[in-house]
Every structure is written in C-alpha cells, then in structure tokens.
Design a protein around this ligand. Structure first.
Ligand SMILES: NC(=O)c1ccc[n+]([C@@H]2O[C@H](COP(=O)([O-])OP(=O)(O)OC[C@H]3O[C@@H](n4cnc5c(N)ncnc54)[C@H](O)[C@@H]3O)[C@@H](O)[C@H]2O)c1
Length: 408
C-alpha cells in the first residue's frame, strides 16, 4: 500500500492526552485539527487559551509561531492524512466493565473520512484486542481494508499528570501496528516529536503492555496499603516496619496512602480483569484492596475524634495525588464524602484547587479538633513544618494526622 506523506493530522479528543499531542504535532510542522465534542474545549483552543490542569502555563505553547500557524480546533472531524484517537475510556461504575462508547463514537465519526493511504492511531488506553476487533471493523464499514487500504496502530500514552508536555516528548513509547507497515508508519509519525525510544510491537501486545504497566503500579500500591492495614491490626508502626524491610537489598515497598486515584490506575486494571476474569485474581484483589482504603481512612479519622463532643475535622488536600490540581477519581474526595455522610462537621481545603481554596493551613486549622492531611502537597507540608506551633495553637484540640510515613 502507498502510504500518503503525512502533512495533516486530526486528533480526536483534545483533553489531557489529545491537547499536548496536538501542540507537539503542530510544533513539529504538521497541520493539526484538534477535534472535540465539547464546544468549550474547541473554542478555548481556537482562542489560544486552552489548558489542562497542570503546573505549566499552556499559553506559552500556543504562542509558538509554528503552533499559531498549524493548529486549529473543530467540533466535527475533518479529512486528514492521519487520525489519532485520544478520547476517554472509563469503566462502568457498577460492573467495572470497560466503557468504550467514546472510542466507538470517535471511530464512527472518522470512518466516513478515512481514505486509501491514511493512517489511524488509537492512543486511548483500550482493552486487549480492541484495535483489531472493534476499531478496525468500524473503519472497514467504508469498504476499505485495515492494513491494506489504510494503516492502523495502537500507541498507548504514558504521560504523568503534572509533567505532561515533557513526558510526551521524552518517554519511551510502545508502537503496535496491526501489521508491520502500520507499525512503521505510526513510528514515523510519533518520531516527528518523540525523543524517547520508539519500541515496535503489534497492536495487541501494545494494548496489553499499557494495562500491565498500570496493574503493576496498582498491585505494588495495594501491597503497601495491605502492610499498613496489617500494622494497624498488629500494633506496629508502619513507617518503621517498611523502612526496615526496605533495608533488604531486594525489597522496595512503596508508601501506603489513602487509596489510589487518577484517571488510569484505578481504571485500567479492570480491563484485564474483565478480559480474563478466571486468571486475573491478583489484579482484582489489588483493585479491591486499594478501593477499600478510603473507607478505612475515614474510619481512622472518625475513631480519632470519637471522644470529642461535636468534633470539627479539617481535611487538607483534595486532589488524587500530591502537587497536581487533578481531582479525577480522587480518594481524598471519597474520604471527605464518607465523613460528611457520617454527619461529621468536616471541611476540605486544598491550596491548589480553587473550589477548595484556603489562605493558609493556619487559617484552615482555626478551631479544629483534628487536621487530617489527606494529600501531602508540598505547600501543605512545608507550612505545617515551619508554622507547626502556630497551627497547633490555633486548633481547639491540637492533633494532626497523616496517612503516609514521613509526612509530618
Ligand atoms: N490523563 C492521563 O494522564 C492519561 C495517561 C495515559 C493514558 N490516558 C488515556 O488517554 C485517553 C484520553 O484520556 P484524557 O485524560 O485525555 O481524557 P480527557 O477526559 O482529559 O479528554 C478527552 C476528551 O475527549 C473528548 N471526547 C469524548 N468523546 C469524544 C468523541 N467521540 N469525539 C471527539 N472528542 C471526544 C472529551 O470532550 C474530552 O475533551 C484515555 O483512554 C486515558 O485512559 C490518559
């Protein structure tokens, strides 16, 4: 098949993944259309004021002359030499089954536009076999054959929220085509801006690798969280136990916390569990363990104020992890809601999130019976370290609780 020279790219879905990708491709000199069903997202990109919740100033990327010239946004897909799908892939809340409605809708939206010689890449995280068994058949309804008339690959994303622009360039990337020609074409397109390794494989291995990466993280966090639960039950200091165990040359236990949040790790392992329910017991157990931690955290907080009449608890940190503004799947929000559900007088402050803003830890602490550090943002921990006396003096009962070793 004669692959067209790639001069134009339509990126379908312009969120955390699609927007940085669009900016990098435009900077690399390609004509990019960022397509999103949300008209606000599209308007913001066209007005050069779009951003995802990052530390970075996204407007500086829009000021780049190449980006100014090459990037536009649209609510409807347009013809292009290559299409990259970067839409959400959540799970259904009750069944935990993958919810692929956005992927199928995005694929259907480009199907009438895909022509002979085009390349289609799925960048969304997807369950095993989705590229070949779901995406390809939708695109082939046009009469064109995947791998012969147009090329098709899966290139999963590994960016870390908080540092996405740099990670999009420097991380090693897995490139999995449905055939070798598709892998080569996708590698060439990604190579226009990625400086990390481009690791060639097939589509189904690429899908699987992304899922085992996040399952690996989840299982390791679950182990640390289980260690903390065991320590509580046995009356052992968790921080000390883990620090001592980590002195073993081949042991490296992570810090336990209040649960696992964010867009990927609490979601992606379920794709494997759903695909292979009989043979994924460890991955399922890790998910269940990590999902149980917010309730344990809430119970610990309630127990800490059980002897106080009308206790007032202040929770610090709302995001899914420290030093980001991202609230998606945040266990801190879950803990807060559980405490509120118990009728506790509880408030939530986060210096990084405008809806939970407070002037300082000191002002948040006034009159509280307990300060619970749910998310140890540097801003929170630093203030507590430097103004500890004043913070404790401002409280009705001076008590600060943290849920990871070494925070306070
Ligand atoms: N956020 C991360 O750090 C990260 C990291 C690695 C992988 N991923 C994966 O990348 C994919 C995208 O995640 P995200 O964080 O960018 O999601 P997001 O919610 O930030 O953005 C997705 C965008 O797609 C748009 N959209 C939804 N359906 C659409 C459709 N049919 N056509 C066009 N636009 C549509 C939404 O309006 C939204 O703006 C997911 O599969 C996710 O698991 C995300």
């Amino acid at each position: 098949m004669q692959l067209r020279a790639i001069r134009s790219v339509a990126v379908i879905g312009a969120g955390y993944v699609g927007l940085p990708l669009s900016l990098h491709l435009a900077k690399a000199g390609l004509q990019v259309t960022a397509v999103d069903v949300d008209p606000t997202v599209v308007a913001e990109i066209n007005e050069r004021r779009a951003k995802v919740e990052e530390k970075e100033d996204f407007e500086k990327y829009f000021r780049d002359p190449d980006v100014q010239r090459n990037l536009r946004a649209s609510t409807t897909p347009v013809k292009a030499d290559a299409f990259i799908i970067a839409v959400p892939t959540p799970i259904y809340e009750d069944s935990k089954a993958p919810d692929l409605r956005a992927v199928t809708a995005a694929t259907e939206s480009i199907a009438p536009l895909v022509e002979r010689g085009n390349l289609v890449i799925v960048e969304s995280t997807i369950p095993p076999h989705t590229t070949e068994k779901i995406v390809a058949p939708i695109l082939e309804k046009s009469g064109l054959k995947a791998g012969t008339d147009f090329l098709l690959a899966h290139c999963p994303e590994r960016i870390l929220p908080g540092n996405i622009m740099a990670e999009a360039i420097y991380n090693a990337r897995i490139i999995g085509g449905i055939n070798e020609e598709s892998t080569r074409a996708a590698t060439a397109l990604m190579g226009t801006f990625v400086k990390g390794k481009l690791l060639a494989t097939n589509a189904r291995t690429a899908e699987f690798v992304k899922l085992i990466e996040n399952s690996y993280r989840d299982v390791n966090v679950a182990f640390a969280n289980q260690v903390a639960v065991l320590c509580d039950e046995l009356g052992i200091d968790t921080g000390e136990a883990i620090a001592l165990a980590n002195e073993h040359p081949r042991v490296d236990i992570l810090d336990p916390g209040i649960g696992v949040g964010g867009h990927c790790i609490p979601v992606d392992p379920w794709f494997l569990v759903h695909a292979c329910p009989e043979t994924s017991s460890l991955i399922r157990a890790a998910r269940v363990t990590n999902d149980s931690i917010p309730a344990r955290t809430a119970a610990k907080i309630l127990q800490a104020v059980a002897d106080v009449e009308h206790p007032r608890v202040v929770c610090l940190g709302a995001t899914y992890k420290p030093n980001v503004r991202d609230l998606r799947e945040s266990p801190a929000l879950h803990v807060f809601e559980l405490l509120r559900g118990e009728g506790l007088d509880v408030s939530l402050y986060d210096p990084l999130v405008s809806e939970y803003a407070c002037d300082s830890v000191l002002s948040a602490a006034r009159g509280a019976d307990l300060l619970a550090i749910l998310v140890p943002h540097d801003l929170i921990v630093t203030e507590i370290r430097y103004r500890r006396g004043a913070v404790l003096d401002a409280m009705r009962r001076p008590r600060i609780m943290a849920f990871s070793p070494g925070v306070i």
